[in-house]
Design a protein around this ligand. Structure first.
Ligand SMILES: Cc1cc2nc3c(=O)[nH]c(=O)nc-3n(C[C@H](O)[C@H](O)[C@H](O)COP(=O)(O)OP(=O)(O)OC[C@H]3O[C@@H](n4cnc5c(N)ncnc54)[C@H](O)[C@@H]3O)c2cc1C
Length: 364
């Protein structure tokens, strides 16, 4: 008999298990469909011994001290500040857009005030942006939209920015200074021995039992438990009653090269050329020393259930409406708690997933 059955051993389910077992002395079983723990945050050493992130680069950053402190019980951190460059017209330019970006693109010096006037002159006053294109054009003008966002959005979502919700681009930063950090949260770092090692430590407790390679629906009738924390897809839980919730997926194509370095920073975006959206070089993130290097190309594609990994919920009004129907059904279940990116049908950063997992104490 278990107190809690947790579906999914991603960062959300693992955090829930760790707090329920340790803080509340609950007996927990986690059922995970994949052959490994960690969900999309899983990392592993590849054939030549380079630590890579199986589902694309994962950088931990948070403004929540309690989340940082909690994970710090299970890992030391490598200090790491994430920098991204974009390949535009044969040049590598700073991203997100800041003073350096304008200088690199327009080949002249800008002060903060000059950048502000430039953006003010270029932006198109749109009172209520109705879609993702309007949102960028209203905030930073058509030139920056066409340079960085137009084609990238089409590649990333397979849909024109015009047809996507304005929320998609509403929070994209533009900086009127020279700060070229990708994230500005006060706590940033990479687990010193990798994410998977940190997760192993979180799960290492006498109250936690883990079952891998198992879809929960195949075993749920054989497990006795009082409550459930569900971190899998909400539509699957309800047998797709209102239809499958659509996602965008990615194909991660890995390569190991016989050279020490491939590119100057961890991630280079390709907004316009090629079918892939970005290339990651992992050693920049992990600080690992190795004579070879491993890189990963990301090719966006549609999600096909059971064929590839659901990565990003599609940000459209219709999909949100479909999700609301599932959410209303979920609310009626008093012993099942739906948390995490698949159960909430929402792009969540890792820190928010940890926060959700920690809050499971209040639900159970
Ligand atoms: C390309 C990419 C890059 C990202 N980079 C960052 C980053 O730099 N920083 C950041 O903070 N966040 C990043 N994220 C977000 C991060 O991946 C998520 O926050 C996190 O993985 C969500 O964790 P989760 O546990 O909610 O979901 P998941 O990791 O998806 O875990 C859910 C688990 O449930 C399992 N499951 C599903 N159905 C069943 C079933 N029927 N039975 C049993 N098990 C089931 C799945 O196999 C999975 O392991 C990135 C996401 C993507 C796609």
């Amino acid at each position: 008999m278990y107190d809690v059955c947790i579906v999914g051993a991603g960062i959300t389910g693992i955090t829930a298990a760790a707090v329920l077992a340790r803080e509340m002395n609950k007996r927990v079983i986690i059922v995970e469909k994949r052959e490994h723990i960690g969900g999309n945050c899983y990392d592993y050493y590849n054939g030549v011994g380079i630590l890579v992130h199986k589902y694309g680069p994962h950088i931990f950053h948070t403004k929540y001290k309690k989340v940082w402190d909690y994970l710090s019980n299970f890992t030391k951190w490598l200090p790491y500040t994430h920098k991204v460059l974009a390949f535009v017209d044969g040049k590598l330019v700073s991203f997100p857009v800041n003073i350096k970006t304008l200088e690199q693109l327009l080949e002249r010096h800008f002060t903060e005030g000059e950048m502000q006037s430039w953006v003010e002159k270029n932006r198109v006053p749109i009172e209520k942006p109705k879609n993702a294109e309007d949102m960028v054009v209203a905030r930073m003008g058509r030139f920056l939209y066409e340079t960085f966002f137009k084609n990238y959005t089409l590649k990333q979502w397979g849909i024109e920015a015009k047809k996507l919700s304005p929320d998609v681009t509403a929070r994209i930063p533009i900086r009127f200074n020279r700060d070229d950090r990708y994230f500005t949260d006060p706590y940033q770092g990479i687990p010193k021995d990798g994410y998977t090692k940190m997760f192993e430590r979180m799960l290492n407790h006498k109250n936690i039992e883990l079952v891998l390679n198992t879809d929960y629906k195949n075993v749920i009738n054989d497990i006795k438990f009082n409550k459930m924390v569900y971190t899998g897809p909400i539509d699957y839980f309800f047998d797709y009653q209102f239809g499958p919730l659509p996602y965008r997926s990615l194909n991660f194509a890995f390569k190991t090269l016989n050279q020490e370095w491939f590119q100057p920073v961890a991630v280079v975006n390709y907004p316009n050329e090629f079918d892939f959206t970005r290339i990651t070089e992992f050693k920049h993130i992990t600080g690992q020393k190795h004579s070879q290097t491993s890189i990963c190309y990301e090719y966006p594609q549609d999600h096909v259930i059971d064929k590839n990994v659901p990565c990003y919920p599609i940000p459209k009004k219709e999909t949100q409406e479909m999700y609301e129907k599932y959410k209303n059904r979920a609310k009626k279940l008093k012993t099942v708690f739906f948390i995490g990116r698949l159960a909430e049908y929402k792009y969540l950063n890792m820190d928010v997933c940890v926060k959700r997992g920690m809050e499971s104490i209040k639900m159970i």
